[in-house]
Design a protein around this ligand. Structure first.
Ligand SMILES: C[S@@+](CC[C@H](N)C(=O)[O-])C[C@H]1O[C@@H](n2cnc3c(N)ncnc32)[C@H](O)[C@@H]1O
Length: 265
């Protein structure tokens, strides 16, 4: 497997923001350069991860028992299977990522998972058909039943030319009614232009570019779904746990969960 340590990778940079240990000098340099403009970035990453955990818990509480987590990232505390299988040990999870370092750590990611209920596939989110038709997905996920599709902090690595909105419609076309899509995405709305520019410039030198979007663009990714409460809000505000303080990081990511309407009988 080819891991190019000289080119920063989004997965390893995110691991650095979160205080993990799977990053190289190029990732740390890139991250530190962004911190000159966005010193709160580690908090933004933690808030994003906390949204993912709350969303998975909400979906599991609502009865979803199968999840596809696209853009998994490196193993960190509170992985999707840990949350979903704590609620129902029979929950099934497929992780999807295209970064070789995530693949290298997939074994570690899966050690706490019961065999046969969790899988990792090395695939690109720009090819939804390859994901849905992958043997491990077919073995674990019943596409006639509702699925929790997670696209958390990953679509901003897809360019406008690659058309994330159209991509999502291809995902929706494969999901059963009652499925849910949980999505978080970076925004440039009301953000300091120099900070947006710095982040964009640094990721231009990384293995995937970073594409900030407006709230309206992010909202369009939920086409064909009904947004559940509280709608599309800043990450830390999505069903914030009672007693927790508003985060200073609010403003960099919008997050929401959309439900595919159940068909009328
Ligand atoms: C910022 S991390 C987010 C991790 C996790 N979803 C979370 O929110 O905590 C983005 C992840 O998406 C993965 N990724 C980026 N582009 C991808 C693509 N085209 N296909 C699959 N995974 C991709 C990266 O490798 C990285 O692990």
């Amino acid at each position: 497997m080819d891991i190019d340590t000289s080119v920063p990778s989004p997965a390893r940079m995110y691991d650095y923001y979160l205080g993990g240990k799977d990053h190289f000098a190029s990732d740390r340099r890139a991250a530190e350069e962004i911190y000159t403009q966005i010193p709160d970035l580690p908090e933004v990453a933690r808030d994003n991860r906390a949204f993912l955990r709350r969303a998975v818990r909400a979906l599991a509480d609502a009865g979803i028992r199968q999840f596809i987590d696209v853009g998994t990232g490196l193993p960190t505390q509170g992985s999707v299977h840990e949350i979903a299988q704590a609620i129902d040990p029979a929950s099934r999870i497929v992780y999807v990522d295209n970064d070789p370092i995530v693949l290298a750590h997939a074994r570690a990611l899966l050690t706490s998972a019961p065999e046969g209920a969790t899988a990792y596939i090395d695939a690109d989110l720009r090819k939804p058909e390859e994901i849905f038709d992958h043997p491990d997905v077919r073995a674990l996920i019943d596409l006639d039943q509702p699925v929790g599709l997670l696209m958390v902090a990953v679509l901003h690595f897809i360019t406008d030319e690659e058309d994330p909105r159209r991509l999502l419609s291809r995902y929706r076309s494969r999901l059963a009614p009652g499925s849910h899509i949980a999505l978080a995405h970076a925004t440039k709305e009301d953000r300091p232009p120099e900070a947006v520019q710095k982040m964009t410039d640094v990721y231009r030198r990384a293995s995937a570019p970073f594409n900030f979007r407006t709230r309206e663009q992010i909202l369009s990714f939920f086409d064909g779904t009904d947004l559940v409460e509280p709608g599309l809000v800043h990450c830390p505000d999505w069903r914030r746990e009672p007693g927790t303080r508003p985060s200073r990081s609010a403003g960099w990511n919008f997050a929401g969960v959309g439900a595919l309407p159940a068909t009328a009988l």
